[in-house]
Design a protein around this ligand. Structure first.
Ligand SMILES: [Fe+2]
Ligand SMILES: [Fe+2]
Length: 383
């Protein structure tokens, strides 16, 4: 019979796993804004979330095994840094994921269920998550973005946009054309789907601050930000799925990101403010919209909006908690958050003020073309 692995060795291995999964989660977040294709962003967002969950489970298990010590972040065990510090580890995402999976499988082979069933369950889940992506078609383009995007962790201030779509920083006329209606009926449905698609700014922002604020805010932030990033990617894809179902061509569909762009060169504090504020300030509207979709018989849009609403209630809490926490950790007044949001409003207003008449004409033309297409095909499109 094989020698069982002692408790302390298990805790050490899980500590290494925590730091590896954490490094992958943060890298995925950091790479999102520089990766243009929406599906690749969504894959990175999902990986960031899954890796943060795995890392969290490893961490909690270490605390159980080392009870009563809860000090994983303070331990300095050089052995878990070796791979993270190697320049090759994060150079190629599929390889990094394969390396993780290999290590988990090796570990599992030496795990005794009666001694350590709780760890076995955690590691099996981590492997299952990785296996799902092993054949994901999206992985290859992501790898390209990783290796060719030598920016690595440099955040693009004006992210490259998915070039299948019509590029408009201000992605619907009502953002820059006073009095332009939000729309009713099919126009309302298209507008809401375009809004969801354009949450691409929120995906970019969440991934960027997940990485940028990690050193200041620590593990619990990374865990919340992983979920936040994944949720925003789901919202973005909700819009894509609706537009695709209606057969609306991407090249007629505006895609922008003026809220992300408004933060160019600013402290990540303001990106956190933007995400916490602009994504949740219309939270009350979401229930109204879900009801409007119900009346229009558009169940898919209705259900999407209901789940979006539930996510936003969680995000509002993240925004409140982490904005205050960040101010406090910087030695500033945690109750000073309203000033941060005020500054966010100013930054967005300044970005909107940069819109030119040519921008206004272009977005009106794109929107009208898209709506005309939607009206013309609405009868035969699958809703
Ligand atoms: Fe969202
Ligand atoms: Fe949100």
């Amino acid at each position: 019979m094989k020698e069982p692995r002692p408790r302390v060795d298990t805790a050490q291995a899980l500590t290494r796993f925590h730091y590896l999964a954490r490094a992958v989660a943060l890298a995925c977040g950091a790479w999102i804004a520089g990766t243009p294709r929406l599906e690749d962003k969504a894959l990175l967002a999902r990986l960031a979330w899954e890796q943060s969950l795995a890392a969290d489970a490893f961490r909690e298990r270490v605390f159980e095994l080392r009870y009563p010590v809860r000090a994983l972040e303070e331990w300095s065990d050089a052995s878990f840094d070796t791979l993270i510090d190697s320049p090759d580890f994060l150079a190629d995402l599929p390889l990094a994921l394969a390396e993780l999976q290999f290590r988990y499988e090796q570990f599992l082979a030496d795990t005794d269920e009666l001694d350590d069933g709780p760890t076995e369950r955690i590691v099996r889940q981590a492997i299952a998550d990785l296996e799902r992506h092993a054949f994901a078609t999206g992985v290859a383009p992501v790898a390209k973005a990783w290796t060719s995007g030598r920016v690595r962790f440099e955040l693009p201030q004006f992210p490259p946009r998915d070039d299948r779509y019509a590029r408009h920083s201000f992605y619907w006329p009502d953002t820059i054309v006073p009095g332009y209606p939000y729309g009713e009926g099919m126009a309302l449905r298209v507008r809401a789907a375009v809004s969801h698609l354009n949450e691409v700014w929120a995906v970019d922002t969440a991934g960027a601050i997940m990485h940028a604020l990690a050193p200041e805010l620590g593990w619990e932030w990374i865990r919340d930000a992983g979920r936040w990033t994944y949720d925003e990617a789901r919202h973005m894809l909700m819009g894509k799925r609706r537009l695709d179902a209606w057969g609306l061509p991407p090249d007629l569909t505006p895609l922008g990101g003026y809220i992300y762009e408004a933060c160019a060169g600013e402290d990540p504090l303001y990106r956190l403010g933007m995400l916490g504020y602009f994504e949740t300030k219309n939270i009350g509207r979401k229930k109204e919209r879900a009801q409007a979709f119900h009346e229009l018989g558009d169940t898919a849009s209705e259900v999407d909006m209901q789940f979006d609403w539930a996510d936003e209630t969680l995000h509002a809490e993240y925004g409140r908690r982490w904005l205050k926490e960040l101010l406090a950790r910087r030695g500033e007044d945690p109750d000073g958050w309203p000033q941060v949001l005020e500054r966010c409003e100013q930054l967005v207003a300044a970005r909107l003020a940069e819109a030119t008449d040519a921008d206004r004409e272009a977005i009106v033309a794109t929107a009208e073309r898209l709506l005309a297409h939607a009206e013309a095909t609405a009868d035969r499109a699958e809703v």
